[in-house]
Design a protein around this ligand. Structure first.
Ligand SMILES: NC(=O)c1ccc[n+]([C@@H]2O[C@H](COP(=O)([O-])OP(=O)(O)OC[C@H]3O[C@@H](n4cnc5c(N)ncnc54)[C@H](O)[C@@H]3O)[C@@H](O)[C@H]2O)c1
Length: 293
């Protein structure tokens, strides 16, 4: 199948990033969030990011050419022209299942439906459709225009053809793919990463080391571009919490249990960069000011 038209559901951090890399690669993209205003904010974020990449000579074409390939959609019905759908809405099983059931009714028979979930098993989402063989996980990493990895996740019913279509599409976006052969909660990379994030938070809770020093150590000692707290602030603390809970509920393994400090911060609305405070504080331009506590 040749993918020409792509529909992206959700224009938040990940949806905007996915729409951006699709348009940069030459695809026609429709993007839809819950309101026209949120969709417009997503498009603004994409324009800013494309502008930076064009300025640095990292992408071909002009900002207007790339943005010309992305159109906001006011209704889900716009997905009727899509060959491939990337879903990047909130990390909530019911919301994703409702959306997939709707998309299943609207999209042509050949359309592949892909979820960007951080942790929910693909089968649990696919089961809401009449085309589970064409439902797949495509797990991008943030910031999408910079991070090369995408996990291609096979649900119990996902066909090999769908896996290939998703992997080839992601490769055409300039990504490297990691095949996940069974859809365990958290897939592969988060299954490895979450226990270390849980441990980092526990060390802060116990007063063993500061947020700043742990981030510094993980950057300088392990060559990571960002420490676990910096990454969590960029991704959104609630995203990490929900994903950890999904893995914990499936495995009951305490190494995935989200520590109390993380739970309290999310309850308070200290979600990271997007709310101006998470593990660090930020100014209105998103510039880091210092530790939150
Ligand atoms: N943030 C990360 O680093 C990261 C990394 C990998 C995967 N993910 C996953 O990607 C998905 C999106 O995460 P995000 O960080 O972009 O979240 P986000 O909160 O930035 O964006 C989610 C968007 O979905 C919208 N939305 C909610 N219901 C919708 C619906 N029915 N239709 C259309 N839009 C709807 C919201 O208005 C919001 O703008 C989640 O499943 C998350 O777990 C996130």
């Amino acid at each position: 199948m040749q993918v020409k038209q792509i529909f992206v559901a959700g224009a938040g951090l990940m949806g905007a990033g996915i729409a951006q890399v699709c348009a940069q690669a030459g695809y026609e993209v429709r993007v839809r969030d819950l309101t026209e205003e949120i969709t417009a904010q997503g498009l603004e974020a994409i324009r800013w990011s494309v502008g930076k990449l064009v300025e640095k000579g990292r992408v071909e074409g002009t900002v207007d050419e790339i943005m010309g390939r992305i159109k906001p959609a006011t209704a889900l019905a716009a997905a009727e022209e899509a060959d491939f759908v990337f879903e990047a809405i909130i990390e909530n099983l019911e919301a994703k299942r409702d959306l997939f059931a709707e998309l299943d009714k609207i999209c042509p028979a050949h359309t592949v439906l892909a979820t960007n979930t951080s942790a929910i098993p693909v089968t649990d989402i696919a089961e809401a459709t009449r085309r589970p063989a064409q439902v797949v996980g495509t797990h991008f990493f943030s910031p999408v225009p910079m991070m090369k990895a995408v996990e291609i996740v096979k649900g119990l019913a996902t066909s090999n053809e769908t896996m290939d279509i998703a992997a080839e599409l992601c490769a055409s976006l300039g990504k490297e793919t990691i095949r996940v052969h069974r859809d365990v909660a958290g897939m592969v990379l988060n299954r490895i990463n979450f226990p270390s994030t849980v441990e980092a938070i526990k060390l802060v809770e116990a007063g063993v080391a500061s947020v700043e020093d742990i981030d510094k150590g993980m950057r300088l000692g392990f060559g990571r571009p960002m420490g676990p707290f910096e990454t969590a602030d960029m991704a959104g603390l609630e995203i990490g919490l929900n994903a950890m809970l999904t893995v914990y509920r499936e495995t009951r393994d305490p190494k995935f249990h989200p520590p109390m400090l993380l739970q309290r911060k999310v309850k308070l609305g200290h979600l990271g960069r997007k709310t101006g405070i998470g593990w660090y504080k930020y100014d209105s331009n998103g510039k880091k000011l210092g530790p939150a506590d």
